[in-house]
Structure formats: structure tokens, C-alpha cells
Design a protein around this ligand. Structure first.
Ligand code: GDG
Length: 478
């Protein structure tokens, strides 16, 4: 898929976490999260050099190897983390790109540090990458890297993939440094987005702020005194999962037994409802809890019949908006259980921690209903994983129409999470859905996930990148 060229992955975080073993020694294991879930199978197959931050501030970590990956850590200071990562990436870009659900903050010192850190990443890649390598830069934290890298290493083919939505031009326009970001991205040969709407928004934005005209799926970067014009492919490549691997875990007898055990431990409720999200304000957890609380309060759902398990994986805990969210969610959880629980029975089980992959699959298998109700989400892999795991073709997916996954998973119960009445109706409908309808819908969801699985996605995206690499060798006019 890379035509023999070295593959270099670049992301804010390396795809591994350091763990302390029982004997006090440390080792690395792959970390949970959307980016890793999606690209892990590709990297296992192709091998790569991966450039990113190792996760602890002010610490120099020497390059190391795991399996087929060579990892080259980029050092970040405490202040870099505060200004570039928590500040500009997660206090400015994240809310701006997710439909301003939270108010983005625009601070010049955050931006300055974002530029500096992006430069550091670009320089590190420039030092490490082999001649003619394919460099694949990931996500909103590193949008300036493509153009910086092109200046430093014109031999490289540069690909960028945005895992989150690209905002409509009228929102993006708020960003004081909008032109610089677009120019940064246009340094790539291929820019991949999750949805058609993201790609269209980017092409319009590029035209508006840099006067680079859009032509079909491409943006044409005009010639300058020292550079010929270039064509950048800016297109949707909806990300996916290794559906067969998830299905295989779901078939394992011990995972099935564990699913059964989970239901028993929860008192064998008639309906087990599940939510699995990073604890993030984009994921719609508050709206979901509100709907659930009202259903219990109205008596439309009997607390004796249902248990809702909400796994909220810890995320960005030093960012104020995330701290506030956690507090609010935890108060609401206490209120719901206080009002509707009984001794030995809580209608809401809230778990603020991460789990191993097998336990996640057991949860998917145990759940009659999965609630995926983000207010905005680039794709949402949890929705796809649920479908992949339901080899029994049972279970109901309630899915927000504002998740990228809704483009493909048309047979989910699609909801507008802002419409609490609509959300309540969907939950009731899901809890009572006849088995035959579950089967019909789940069959269609599984077909969609298996059709566009991770290898289909990777072949499409890397195919486009390889084509770009080949046309660069022929020359810009060839
Ligand atoms: C971003 C975009 C886009 C979660 N908790 C645990 C765990 N996970 C895994 C899930 C899933 C992944 O993390 C989460 O992916 P999502 O897609 O749901 O969401 P984000 O983290 O926000 O990802 C998103 C994605 O990038 C990919 O492009 O879809 O829109 O926001 O795979 O299973 N995995 C394990 N333990 C956990 O506790 N093992």
C-alpha cells in the first residue's frame, strides 16, 4: 500500500502508554482511543516509524521499538502541554471544530506555542524519515506540520487525516489564525476527512481564505515565484474498524460467558442499556442522562426493569471544561440513583475508568441497547464496534445523526440528541423492539461495517496517497 516507501505516522501522542509492572519495572502497551483502534491493524501489517509525544511532560524518552513499530518520542515541556495541547488544541480547536458546543477561547500565547510545537514535530520527522517516505500526519493538534515539512523535506509525500469534523466556513472564520491553518494543511498532498460535508467545508474554506480554487475533490494551490502550482486532494475517507477482529473476539466462549456474567451481576434486568464514551462534552452524556432520568420519573420506564451502564473513560482531566463536565455528570448520576434506586438496585451504573478490549466486547454483547448520542462526532467507532460484535444480530443501536457514523449506519434508530422528547421515544422504542426488527436492523448495520472495514478504508486512503507519491515522481506537470 506504500509502494515500498517507508511509512511515517505522526500524531500528538504515541500510540502507547507506559505501565508500571508488579516488579516495579516499566513497559509500554497500546493505548485506548479512536486513532489507535483504527490504525493499529494497518501498522501491524506495514510496520512504521511513529513520531509523537510519549505522554509525560519534561521527560526525555529514547527511541524504542514495539512489534513492527519504531517509536521516536518528541519532548514536550509542562508549559507546552498547557499551552499547545490543553490550550490551543483542546481549548480552541476542539470546541471550534465541534460546532462550538463549548465556547472556544482565542489566546495569542496558545497559538504561538502551537506553532512552535508543530515546528518541533516537523523537524523531528524531517530528521528521521527515510528518503521519499510517506508521512501520515494525524489530527487537529498538528495542522501546521504538512506545510512546515514540505519546506524542510520536499522529497516526502505528505498525507493528513482529520479525525474530527471540519467546521463550516462561517464558524472557522472566527479563528484569528484561520489562513495560517489552511495554509498549513495545504502543505499535504492528500487531506482525508471523515464525511463529505467536512471535505466540502474545507474546500470552500480554502477558497475563501487562501484564494486556492477548489476543483472537484481537489484544491489547486497557485504557483508562486519559486514554486509551481500543486493539486491537493481533499476528500472524505470515512474511517472504520477491524470488524472481523471484533467479531472474532465476540465469538470466543470466555467473552460470551463474561457477557452473561455481566447481566447476572446486574441482576438480570429486562433491558441492559449501555453507553461507552470518553468523558467529553461532545459525546452528549448529559442529554442522555436527562432523557433517562425523565423516563424513570415519568414512569415510562420502570427502574426495576432496566439498568443503564455508562462507561466514561477519563479524558483531558486538566482542562477546565472537562472537570466541570465530570462534576456535573457525577452529581446527576447520584441524583438519578438516589431518586430511582432501591437497596441492592441502582438503575444507573457509572464507571469512570478504562477497560481491556475483551471486557468492552463482553459489554457490547451484554447490552440490549447501545446509546451513542454525541452532539457532534467525527465518526464514532463505538457504534461500529457494537455492530461488528453482535454476531447474534440482536441489540439496538440508538445513534445521533450528528455522528459521522450516521452516514453509513442508516438502520440504527437515528436521533437528534438535542430533542430530549425524541431521545426518550427512541430509548423506549429500543427497549421494546421485537427481535425480528432487531435482527433486520442489526443485519444491515453489520453489512455496512463489514463492507467499509478498516482495510477498505486504508486501501482507499493509502491508495490515494500512493497515487500522489507516484505522480510527484513523474513531476508536477506529468
Ligand atoms: C476520535 C474522534 C473518530 C474507549 N474506551 C475504552 C476504549 N475505547 C475505544 C473505543 C473506540 C475508541 O476508544 C473511541 O473512539 P471514538 O470514535 O468513539 O471516539 P474518540 O476517542 O473521540 O475518537 C471520533 C475517531 O477519532 C477515529 O477517527 O471516530 O469521531 O472524536 O475504539 O472502543 N478501548 C479500551 N478500553 C476503554 O476503556 N480498550
Amino acid at each position: 500500500m506504500t509502494g515500498g516507501r517507508e511509512l511515517v505516522m505522526v500524531s500528538n501522542r504515541l500510540p502507547v502508554d507506559r505501565v508500571v509492572n508488579e516488579d516495579g519495572s516499566t513497559s509500554w502497551r497500546t493505548s485506548p482511543g479512536g486513532l489507535v483502534t483504527a490504525v493499529e491493524p494497518i501498522v501491524e501489517q506495514l510496520g512504521c516509524l511513529w513520531v509523537g509525544w510519549a505522554g509525560s511532560a519534561d521527560e526525555r524518552v529514547d527511541p524504542f521499538e514495539i512489534g513492527s513499530m519504531r517509536l521516536a518520542p518528541v519532548e514536550l515541556s509542562e508549559e507546552d502541554v498547557e499551552l499547545y495541547y490543553e490550550g490551543f488544541s483542546n481549548g480552541t480547536l476542539w470546541p471550534l471544530y465541534h460546532d462550538v458546543i463549548a465556547q472556544p477561547e482565542y489566546h495569542r500565547e496558545w497559538w504561538d506555542r502551537y506553532r512552535q510545537v508543530n515546528r518541533r514535530f516537523a523537524e523531528r520527522v524531517a530528521q528521521e524519515a527515510a528518503e521519499d517516505a510517506i508521512v501520515w500526519v494525524h489530527d487537529y493538534q498538528l495542522q501546521l506540520v504538512p506545510a512546515l515539512l514540505r519546506q524542510l523535506r520536499p522529497d516526502l509525500t505528505i498525507a493528513f487525516f482529520l479525525h474530527i469534523p471540519f467546521p463550516p466556513s462561517r464558524l472557522f472564520a472566527q479563528l484569528p489564525w484561520r489562513k495560517r491553518i489552511v495554509e498549513g494543511l495545504l502543505g499535504a498532498d492528500v487531506i482525508g476527512f471523515q464525511q463529505v460535508t467536512d471535505a466540502v467545508a474545507f474546500r470552500m474554506t480554502a477558497e475563501r481564505f487562501t484564494r486556492a480554487p477548489a476543483l472537484g475533490n481537489t484544491v489547486v494551490v497557485p504557483a508562486t515565484a519559486d514554486r509551481p502550482s500543486r493539486t491537493v486532494l481533499a476528500q472524505e475517507f470515512p474511517i472504520s474498524i477491524d470488524a472481523a477482529a471484533f467479531a472474532a473476539v465476540a465469538e470466543r466462549p470466555e467473552v460470551r460467558r463474561r457477557a452473561q456474567e455481566i447481566r447476572e451481576e446486574l441482576g438480570n434486568p429486562k433491558t441492559l442499556m449501555l453507553g461507552i464514551d470518553r468523558l467529553d462534552y461532545t459525546k452528549g452524556i448529559r442529554h442522555r442522562l436527562k432523557a433517562y432520568n425523565e423516563l424513570l420519573a415519568d414512569g415510562e420506564i420502570d427502574a426495576a426493569d432496566i439498568v443503564f451502564v455508562q462507561v466514561a473513560t477519563p479524558s483531558r482531566e486538566r482542562v477546565e471544561a472537562y472537570r466541570q463536565l465530570r462534576d456535573e455528570v457525577e452529581v446527576t448520576v447520584g441524583r438519578i440513583n438516589g431518586e430511582h434506586g432501591a437497596i441492592g438496585r441502582a438503575p444507573l451504573v457509572y464507571l469512570h475508568r478504562g477497560y481491556q478490549r475483551d471486557e468492552m466486547v463482553a459489554l457490547y454483547l451484554a447490552a440490549d441497547v447501545l446509546l451513542v448520542t454525541p452532539l457532534r462526532d467525527g465518526m464514532n467507532l463505538v457504534a461500529k464496534e457494537y455492530a461488528a460484535c453482535r454476531v447474534d444480530e440482536q441489540g439496538v443501536l440508538v445513534l445521533s445523526e450528528f455522528a459521522g457514523a450516521a452516514d453509513e449506519l442508516r438502520d440504527a434508530l437515528l436521533v437528534n440528541p438535542h430533542d430530549i422528547e425524541g431521545l426518550k421515544a427512541a430509548i423506549v422504542r429500543a427497549a421494546h423492539m421485537p427481535k425480528e426488527e432487531q435482527r433486520r436492523r442489526m443485519h444491515s448495520l453489520r453489512r455496512a461495517v463489514h463492507h467499509n472495514d478498516v482495510s477498505h478504508w486504508a486501501a482507499g486512503y493509502l491508495g490515494a496517497v500512493q497515487a500522489a507519491a507516484e505522480s510527484r515522481q513523474v513531476g508536477p506537470s506529468g
